[in-house]
Design a protein around this ligand. Structure first.
Ligand SMILES: [Fe+2]
Length: 356
């Protein structure tokens, strides 16, 4: 029961108790960058890398504690002090990847089946039918990503904006239940989500799932306004009812109440970890530096975790399976080839996980 309560937090709770931050010591940071530099050319294809290529020992307990916080605690963790000074973007990206190799099986994230993505303004439009927020500078809606855990490592922060926001789905859902039980009920009905053109062969362009599902005392939340709105334009998709629309608007408003929406400013060298089942995240828009080398740059990694929980049945359609501890989630995209299949199988074996 205690773990369920910790995921149900308000801003006052996480401000009063900052136990969800995990600063690396100087020695742990030094080990991380030494492991990266000891692994050769940082530009080598990441899928060829293996866990044993990165000699990590001292940094593991701190990182493991952060992952436990994500699973059993607040649903979010912030690891601080990743080496940054004198570290190149390629080295920083590889450091993020090396952490991933020790703690899970990375999942593809997009149409081009990328296993790690650079979050940077490439001038993309967030609201387009196939748009993704991570290549824009727009303010993003609250949403979950498509894997058990998302890691976001910050190489450069923007001079203005780019604030990261988190909110507990369990808290927001409780508020909706208390204030508008009819809306809470509507949130448990099926909504249709667009795959935004990222579906792989054999997958439909959309799928249906509830926004909130309660199982074993836990709230599992799948919320993404863009994808629900985009699905409404696709052929054959059932139209949202009035109460479904009102319910999702109400839920979003509750998430944004000051007592529920926690803002954190990621700094260079920060690594944010979030549970995509209990934690919703968003970001404010930003203004960037004109110089290429100073532009806001983060690396995003999606992981399936060996100690993941069983998912509600309604999550099977997106995650592929509800089985705990399996290689699940992600978006296989259009380039899920032998190199990717081999990586998944090898990394699953390394971590003793079942392939989906
Ligand atoms: Fe996201």
């Amino acid at each position: 029961m205690a773990e369920t309560l910790r995921a149900r937090w308000t801003v006052a709770d996480v401000q009063a108790d900052t136990g969800w931050t995990y600063p690396l010591t100087a020695a742990e940071g030094a080990e991380l960058i030494a492991a990266v530099r000891g692994a050769g050319d940082p530009e080598r294809p990441i899928l060829s890398r293996r866990r044993e290529d990165f000699a990590l020992r001292d940094a593991i307990p701190t990182l493991a504690a952060a992952f436990r916080e994500v699973r059993d605690g607040r649903g979010m963790a912030l690891v601080k002090n990743l080496p940054r000074k004198g570290v190149t973007p390629a080295e920083f990206r590889l450091m993020t990847w090396a952490i991933g190799l020790h703690f899970g099986v990375a999942r593809p994230q997009n149409r081009t089946s990328d296993y790690i993505t650079e979050v940077r303004d490439a001038g993309h439009a967030y609201r387009s039918p196939t748009g993704r927020g991570y290549n824009s500078k727009a303010e993003l809606d609250f949403h979950v990503d498509g894997s058990d855990v998302v890691l976001l490592s910050c190489y450069n922060q923007a001079p203005v904006g780019g604030m990261s926001m988190c909110a507990s789905a369990a808290t927001a859902y409780d508020v909706v239940k208390a204030e508008r039980p009819d809306y809470a009920e509507a949130l448990t009905t099926d909504y249709t989500f667009s795959r935004n053109g990222e579906q792989s062969e054999g997958e439909e362009p959309w799928y249906a799932a509830p926004i909130c599902t309660t199982e074993n005392g836990r709230v599992f939340c799948k919320w993404n306004r863009n994808r629900i709105q985009n699905a409404q334009k696709l052929e054959g998709v059932p139209q949202l009812t009035a109460v479904q629309r009102e319910a999702m608007e109400y839920f979003d408003t509750v998430l944004r109440r000051p007592e529920n929406m926690f803002c954190m400013h990621l700094e260079a060298g920060d690594l944010q970890m979030l549970c995509n089942q209990t934690m919703l995240h968003s970001r404010t828009g930003f203004e960037d530096y004109p110089e290429e080398e100073k532009k806001r740059t983060l690396y995003r990694l999606w992981l399936a975790r060996p100690d993941s929980r069983r998912l509600p049945q309604s999550w099977e359609v997106f995650y592929g399976t509800t089985e705990p501890g399996t290689v699940r989630g992600g978006m296989k995209g259009h380039q899920y080839d032998d190199a990717r299949r081999d990586f998944d199988a090898r990394q699953a074996a390394t971590l003793g996980m079942k392939a989906a």
